[in-house]
Design a protein around this ligand. Sequence first.
Ligand SMILES: O=C(O)C(=O)C[C@H](O)C(=O)CO
Ligand SMILES: [Zn+2]
Length: 280
Amino acid sequence: MNNTYEVRYASSPEAVKQYDTEALRKEFLVENVMTKDALKWVYSHYDRYMISGVVPVTKSVELVSVDPLKSENFLDRRELGIINIGGTGTVTADGTEYTLEHKEALYLGQGNKNVVFSSNSGDNPAQFYLNSTPANKAFPNKKIGLNDVEVVELGSPEKANARTLKKYIVNSIVDVCQLQMGMTSIKQGSVWNTMPAHVHDRRMEVYFYIEVPEDQAVCHFMGQPNETRHIWMANNQAVISPPWSIHSGSGTSNYTFLWGMAGENLDYSDMDICKINELR
Ligand SMILES: O=C(O)C(=O)C[C@H](O)C(=O)CO
Ligand SMILES: [Zn+2]
């Protein structure tokens, strides 16, 4: 099957307190995000956020609707964000071709019907990371190149959290209904992302860890600030962060991650910052 899906229901903070390692991983970790020549979706009931990744190697892959959407076309009532973490690729949307180089992004608005993903070379295929959220208005498609992103330098080497955050799909760059996406790269010698940690009960979030060396790992922290849990993660794995949860990580080396979110507002800086010495 070229297009499959898996549903993840939402869990309450009280329920998650009781989860063991296996249950936490089953509910929140997405182990296989990037699929060769096919699209496999995770449909989260947190803000009906959808997560997938496609690596077209031997053929082009078409975006088709999946059963939970009950719509003829995938984007009839949705918007889609795409970030390419592989070689050069092309996304064709209703006949318009968008070439995405490594770490370039594309926003596709509600109403696109025929969307096809392809790689320029099967030897160095594109790796399209996809996030989709419900939409109620058709905004124009827009490519976001490396010169279009908003860059923010955060943290410091002394606190082991020096990192570069790049905003790709945010409402100061592209008109969106609710989707926001970007990329944060931890600098060499630093290990922490999103520390001090924060919560934004208005928006859920999904992290997709990339550029984690094969023999290394990232420990992702989640939970309410006074009741945290952790999930050990490998390269190219994603984790769903409920709106009531912190989302932060520490690696055994430096790494990069793509973040995406959706919910009540489009205010990236609307975060309730946690005091580090009050985390439990
Ligand atoms: O390193 C960071 O800090 C982040 O990348 C934070 C995410 O962008 C985020 O959590 C946005 O709400
Ligand atoms: Zn956040």
